[in-house]
Design a protein around this ligand. Structure first.
Ligand code: NAD
Length: 306
């Protein structure tokens, strides 16, 4: 299968690298010239706690050089989705499928507005990665990769992609409720990400600081009212307990939003707490805690240039 990765940063390089290693034809597309050049000249270096290996994979800055794909893996940050797809239209053909494993909600809607709903697959992954430098990434964690159709059907194309992911040890799970999977993960991000970025704490510390835990519960409770109004079926029994379990299980982690803020990078707040605020406005459900978290992170981002 010919796979084009649009956005070959940490996650795009990890998935692309593992799929190339498993024998697929992979093209990494990224606007970061130095990274692309490093991958082409000495290979993609993947570092794990036990080893460092180099994978041969093609990388380009111009999507035209990659040509039409069977599968596009969209792995830019959510705020670059439209720009990357518009820039990468040359890789989309009549039968191309676009899969997003990006965090947050609303990514699929952005993609379908550009390529059409029938081409979009969505999912969520527990793999984790960081960029260490040009052409070098750290594979920080592994876990299931859920894949699904937006309408919940189990299709042949899903099965084919799952079998390819399986060969690359990407732990695929085909689901008929991918929307429920996405919203369940969103709840954890709503409760953990902005607060850890604002308080400069590790995920687990939110559980030790009583006012922080109260804020986490308030933000998640608002999100749960949206979930109920939209009729979304979550994939956990007790969502509030689930969010706390995630904070506990990832206790020592520095959340991606805290990392972004510390590196003065734009965050994905718009598709996390921002998505709750937007849905609340549409549904007439007040979301003051999420709106405050959204505005605080936006204010923090604004300080980068002041
Ligand atoms: P990243 O910043 O490391 O990678 C994004 C890449 O996209 C960058 O290399 C950037 O140069 C490139 N890019 C930006 N605009 C582009 C364009 N127009 N065309 C092509 N490339 C472009 O981000 P990441 O950590 O890999 O995250 C990607 C997505 O995966 C995010 O939505 C994130 O929430 C999600 N995610 C990340 C992790 C993780 O552990 N890093 C885990 C699960 C999900």
């Amino acid at each position: 299968m010919k796979i084009v990765v649009l956005g070959a940063g940490a996650m795009g390089s990890l998935f692309g690298g593992l799929l190339a290693e498993a024998g697929q034809e992979v093209w990494l597309v990224d606007v970061w010239q130095e990274h692309v050049e490093a991958i082409n000249s000495r290979g993609l270096i993947i570092v794990t706690p036990t080893e460092e290996r180099t994978i041969k994979v093609r990388a380009v800055t111009n999507p035209r050089a990659a040509g039409e794909a069977d599968l596009v893996l969209l792995f830019v940050k959510s705020y670059s989705t439209e720009e990357a797809l518009q820039h990468g239209l040359a890789v989309i053909g009549q039968h191309t499928v676009v899969l997003t494993l990006q965090n947050g909600v609303g990514n699929a809607e952005k993609i379908e507005r550009i390529v059409g709903r029938d081409k979009v697959l969505v999912g969520s992954t527990s793999f984790g990665a960081n960029v260490m430098g040009p052409g070098k990434i750290c594979h920080a964690g592994s876990g299931e990769t859920y894949l699904g159709e937006l309408d919940g059907s189990i299709t042949e194309r899903l099965r084919v992609i799952a079998s390819i992911f399986d060969k690359a040890d990407l732990k695929p799970v085909v689901t008929d409720n991918v929307v429920g999977v996405l919203w369940t993960k969103l709840l954890a991000n709503v409760g953990i990400n902005a607060l850890t970025a604002l308080l400069k704490v590790r995920n687990g510390q939110l559980l030790d600081i009583t006012p922080a835990q109260v804020l986490m519960e308030k933000a998640v409770a608002e999100a749960l009212r949206i979930v109920e109004a939209k009729g979304i079926k979550l994939v956990v029994e007790d969502p509030m307990e689930y969010v706390k379990k995630v904070a506990y299980a990832t206790g020592n982690n520095i959340s991606s939003m805290r990392q972004d803020v510390e590196r003065l990078r734009r965050t994905e707040i718009d598709v996390i707490n921002g998505a709750i605020v937007k849905e609340g406005e549409t549904l007439g459900i007040p979301t003051p805690y999420n709106e405050t978290l959204l505005l605080l992170i936006k204010a923090l981002e604004a300080t980068y240039t002041h």
